[in-house]
Design a protein around this ligand. Structure first.
Ligand SMILES: *Cc1c(COP(=O)(O)O)cnc(C)c1O
Length: 237
């Protein structure tokens, strides 16, 4: 089941890369395992998947220690400052930095843990009130401040397109994120390698518009049911 889904996604990723004249090696599939147990991670890892995404620190804290080593874990969800210590400990990359205050908290804990943390800034391109993320207007200013924090490595931008049944409506938001990245690179005078954009319903459009990371959950693992809770983890996810 998973194997067939993974194969189909890889083919579609390859086709999207071909359409956009891109090297498939430049796009990383992040398998989003939220609500799924460690056994699912293990099965995916056996297929060769190495990058995994979780959107809640509490769930990640319960799950990651039960999964094998040599996997890269991406924190893809909104992060509260009181969860930063664990997030810095658990995640290879944090995708959803949406304020200078959060970045400064990451800086503090990264320093305490003697780490340098790769981060992406989440941009609310659509301006929807229900979404987290920096507005496009204030982005450069915040990014310049974050770029000065010594224990953070600013790697690029991340966004979520508004929910839609079809993939195509996501295109203008992804295109705009790529444009914002180019503008920010000019300001910084340095390249930003990563664009995290595209989920199960729109990852091909993400790739066509320049995504270097796509975050795919349900297209790989099926519809999400109830949340995974490890016995040692108390409280809601
Ligand atoms: C859940 C989630 C995804 C994956 O969503 P699917 O539609 O199941 O692929 C991607 N990004 C974030 C931030 C998520 O929370």
């Amino acid at each position: 089941m998973l194997e067939q889904r993974y194969e189909a996604i890889r083919q579609r990723m390859g086709a999207a890369c071909a359409r956009a004249n891109r090297d498939p090696a430049g796009v990383t599939l992040i398998a989003v395992t939220k609500t799924h147990p460690p056994e699912t991670v293990e099965t995916a890892a056996r297929l060769g998947i190495r990058d995994f995404g979780e959107n809640k620190v509490q769930e990640a804290r319960a799950k990651i220690p039960l999964c094998g080593g040599a996997l890269r874990w991406h924190g893809i969800g909104h992060l509260q400052t009181n969860k930063v210590r664990d997030a810095v400990r658990l995640f290879t990359m944090i995708h959803a930095v949406d304020s200078l205050r959060l970045a400064e908290e990451i800086e503090k804990h990264a320093g305490l843990q003697s780490k340098r943390v790769p981060v992406l800034l989440e941009v609310n391109v659509s301006g929807e009130g229900t979404k987290f993320g920096l507005g496009p207007d204030g982005l450069n200013e915040v990014a310049l401040a974050i770029n000065r924090l010594p224990h953070l490595e600013l790697r690029g931008l991340m966004t979520m397109a508004p929910y839609a049944e079809e993939a195509e409506p996501a295109r203008p938001y992804f295109r705009r994120l790529a444009q914002l990245k180019r503008g920010l690179e000019q300001k910084l005078g340095a390249p930003l390698p990563d664009l995290s954009m595209g989920m199960s319903g729109d990852y091909e459009v993400g790739i066509e518009e320049g995504a270097t990371m796509i975050r795919v959950g349900s297209a790989l693992f099926g519809e999400r049911k109830s949340a995974f809770h490890a016995a040692a983890d108390e409280g809601p996810p």
